[in-house]
Design a protein around this ligand. Structure first.
Ligand code: UTP
Length: 294
């Protein structure tokens, strides 16, 4: 399509309190919870980079300094590893800081996901951009989830929500899409309902932590009144945007984990460990042994 700008920038909101994962998140950001040996947010940044993103804005807060440090250089540690001849470890930690250009913006108060995205207004400017939630990890052994959404954006020019169909009784945990299926995996979005009761949900299509959004969202966010819990909801601004522009939802291919939830974190830990060639055999044997005792 003509006149479609490339999606170069991504925003990763990571300033929430993480109350579902207390007490671990009292002093440690939930986005730094390790899945095997890698912080959750590193998987997310990697997905963005592998999708062609060139600049990332992390939305953090005063309790999230560890995230800022993780994407910075650590010269003392590098010198130590170099001296000890630990070349593989050295390569790994340098790679994190060199992966992509990362800037951070502080959200001074956790006033909701919509407010967190609004904090990136100056960073984004007048371009379409990606949003990846800092505690939602998606495994895909083919095209990265975000790249799948970027491809839909490039063929339609409209904002794209990453979605999957969930069990009817679980739709009450998510933002729900009200729209029509127009392709194998694509829907038009007419409206959205945040956490509907199952009997009131228009579909079982749930919004799951990945978005491509046009820059007109910022004007909508600025005019969105605080909703539930005094938070500015991204869903409310997206609903307003969907009334003025075409918006799409794409049922992405991939296994998604909500790492900010205890069960989601445990599932991610087990499944990522089983995908690792250095752990699959020993950890798999251990799991089989444990499973027999259940
Ligand atoms: P969540 O709703 O999962 O985050 O937001 P939360 O509020 O930290 O979690 P709980 O429910 O209390 O456990 C999804 C993403 O948006 C970020 C979070 O850090 C998370 O990565 N977020 C949320 C912000 O950046 N700012 C906010 O004000 C709220």
């Amino acid at each position: 399509m003509e006149n479609i700008k490339r999606v170069r920038k991504a925003v990763i909101p990571a300033a929430g309190w993480g109350t579902r994962f207390l007490p671990a998140t009292k002093a440690m950001p939930k986005e730094m919870l390790p899945i095997v040996d890698t912080p959750t947010i590193q998987y997310i940044v990697k997905e963005a980079v592998e999708s062609g993103i060139e600049q990332i804005c992390l939305i953090t807060s005063h309790t999230k300094k560890a995230i800022e440090d993780h994407f910075d250089r650590t010269f003392e540690l590098e010198a130590l590893l170099e001296k000890g001849g630990k070349t593989e470890e050295l390569r790994q930690i340098r790679e994190i800081a060199e992966m992509v250009q990362v800037v951070t913006v502080r959200q001074q108060e956790a006033k909701g996901l919509g407010h967190a995205v609004l904090c990136a207004k100056a960073f984004v400017g007048d371009e379409p951009f990606a949003v990846l939630l800092g505690d939602d990890v998606v495994f895909s052994d083919e095209k990265p989830c975000l790249k799948q959404l970027i491809d839909v954006y490039e063929s339609t020019g409209g904002s794209v929500l990453g979605v999957q169909t969930v069990a009817h009784e679980n739709i009450c945990k998510y933002g729900c899409v009200d729209g029509e299926k127009i392709g194998d995996r694509t829907y038009t979005v007419n409206d959205m309902v945040e956490k509907p009761r199952p009997e009131e949900a228009p579909t079982d299509v749930a919004v799951l932590g990945r978005y491509i959004i046009t820059p007109e969202i910022f004007e909508k966010l600025e005019n969105t009144a605080p909703g539930a819990g005094g938070e500015i909801q991204l869903t409310d601004a997206l609903r307003a945007l969907a009334k003025e522009q075409s918006m799409y939802a794409y049922d992405f291919v991939g296994r998604r984990y909500d790492v900010g939830d205890r069960l989601g974190f445990l599932q991610a830990t087990v499944e990522y460990a089983l995908r690792r060639s250095d752990l699959r055999d020993s950890f798999g044997a251990y799991l089989k042994e444990i499973a027999q005792t259940l």
